[in-house]
Design a protein. Structure first.
Length: 164
């Protein structure tokens, strides 16, 4: 886990969390399942985002938290452990951007994007603009309380922000 402290004296106590997971399925019936598309690419993207933000002269107003989880393919153990033993106040999480599977087109061209709770966030209009730029079908849920995880199990902060 890495933290880039925000520049605003008030907003620095809030965080935008970038997450991904790096475990694969391992060996199943003598075949290796490394998890490149769902796992390694997401972690590489997260590290690239962290590096880009760290190099900016003008720092973001909110703090940025970067977390790479393991043991997600089997029961979301890494993200559940983080939520149970959080080193960041989860109630002060402004948004969670999970990067698992982002940019992979092994199943065909990307044609949809999901933003849980977008109608209730100032990030909602930004999401819609990004989706339009990619000519994507947009899917937003009416409530941030809906299940939200790259691996389709809910792990959230007390304010409804989705974690992992």
């Amino acid at each position: 886990m890495g933290v880039l402290k925000g520049s605003d004296p008030t907003l620095a106590a809030e965080a935008v969390v970038f997450s991904a997971h790096y475990d694969g399925f391992g060996v199943i019936r003598k075949a290796i399942y490394n998890g490149v598309a769902d796992n390694a690419i997401g972690v590489a993207e997260m590290l690239s985002v962290a590096e880009a933000f760290a190099r900016l002269k003008l720092k973001p107003r909110r703090s940025l938290v970067f977390i790479a989880f393991t043991a997600e393919e089997y029961a979301l153990l890494g993200s559940r452990h983080f939520v149970a033993h959080a080193t960041w106040d989860l109630a002060r999480t402004a948004a969670v951007l999970n990067l698992d599977g982002i940019g992979t087109e092994i199943m065909g061209p990307m044609n949809s994007m999901v933003a849980y709770g977008a109608p209730f966030s100032s990030l909602g209009p930004m999401f819609l603009d990004a989706a339009r730029a990619y000519a994507s079908d947009r899917w937003t849920t009416p409530s941030p309380r809906r299940a939200c995880s790259a691996d389709r199990t809910t792990t959230r902060s007390s304010n409804g922000a989705c974690l992992a």
